[in-house]
Design a protein around this ligand. Sequence first.
Ligand code: MN3
Length: 197
Amino acid sequence: MFILPALGYDYDALGDSISKEVMELHHTKHHQTYVDKLNAAISGYPELADKTVVELLRGIKELPEAIQGAVRNHGGGHYNHSLFWKVMAPGAGGQPEGVLGEAITAKYCSYQAFVDEFTAKALGLFGSGWVWLQPDLSIITSANQDSALLDGGEEPLLGLDVWEHAYYLDYKNKRDDYVAAWWNVVDWRFVAERYAS
Ligand code: MN3
C-alpha cells in the first residue's frame, strides 16, 4: 500500500509563494486521492504489491491492461507530487551552486536564461501538466500526470505542477505570477544533491 508522504515543512511555510490553503488542499485532498486510487487500482494484483511507484510507471506497458490508465494517472500523480513537495522549501530560492549551477550555466549560458526557458515552457503548456528538469538538464513538459518515466526514462531532478489546482486559489488565471513566485521556494540544495547522485 502506498501512503501519503508527510511534508518536510508546515502548510503555511511557503509564505506568499503558495498559501497554506492551497498547500493543505493540494496535499491532503489531491495527492491523497492519487494515493487512494493507485492503491485501489493495484489492490487486486498481489504480484504488484512489492513494486515501487517508479517501477510501476517505468513498466506501465507490462501491467495488466485494465489498470494501465489508473496507474498512469494516479501512480503518476503520486510520484509527481511526492517529488514536488521535496523540491520546495521555506526560505529557499536563489540560484543553484556547485556542480549543478555550473552545468546549468554551461548549458543555458546563464541561470536567468534557464529560468526564462523553463518559465516559457510552463506558460506555453496547454491545459494541465508538468514542467520537468531532466538529469541531462533538458526541460520537458508533460500532459496530465505523465512524465519521462512512462517511456522508461530517467527520474526528473525538478518538477513544477501547472495544474490549475496548484495555483488558482492564490493566483486565479495568472499562471505567470504563480511560476514567478515558485522560483522563490525552489530548494536548489535538494535538486543539486539529486543531480550529484
Ligand atoms: Mn497537483
